[in-house]
Design a protein around this ligand. Sequence first.
Ligand SMILES: [Fe+2]
Ligand SMILES: [Fe+2]
Length: 206
Amino acid sequence: MDKVKFTAMKDGDREDYEFLTRHEIEYASKTAARLLDAMVDLDESLSGYQVTRLGHSLQSATRAWRDGADTDWLVSALLHDIGDIYAPYNHDEYAAAILKPFVREQCAWVVEKHGDFQKLYYAHLVGGDPHARDAYKGHAYYEDCATFCERWDQASFDPDYPHESIDFFRPLVEEVFARKAYDPAVIRAGERVALVDPTVAEGRNA
Ligand SMILES: [Fe+2]
Ligand SMILES: [Fe+2]
């Protein structure tokens, strides 16, 4: 069997769906590789800044690395703008949807809301609301998103900042997307992990 027998889903039998499940597992196992390829495509997107989107993403992740951030934060920082490719008007939600089954709830929330938090830095110059983030005041992860944007996102448009390569982060992306989707031990609902860990940072910057 190399294809299902049905032409309408309701006509499929157990053999068809067991066959498809095996295929989907095989396909899903290559998610990390596809995402890393998409990151390279980001290199060609959205010109006008002094750095490419890939450069910005690597710089954000490198700043996270040098801050001693854990794996969930690093992969979230690397992929936070991946939605730019297909969803220019809700790139934050798009990226969060990709991350959500595989990283801590805290990190997925921060990625999902980072677009509104970023407005603090420029929206007043383009007729928008720089305080859009105020809508989330009191939320458990509000401060984390503010820190993410201040330390890693808004700062990472510097063509002279020496950042790590995509291959440096590849094993982390592979690790994260090989996790069991929606595993409560990964999602850790309600738990906060600091973005900055001075002890780890010290080792990494030595
Ligand atoms: Fe963004
Ligand atoms: Fe960004």
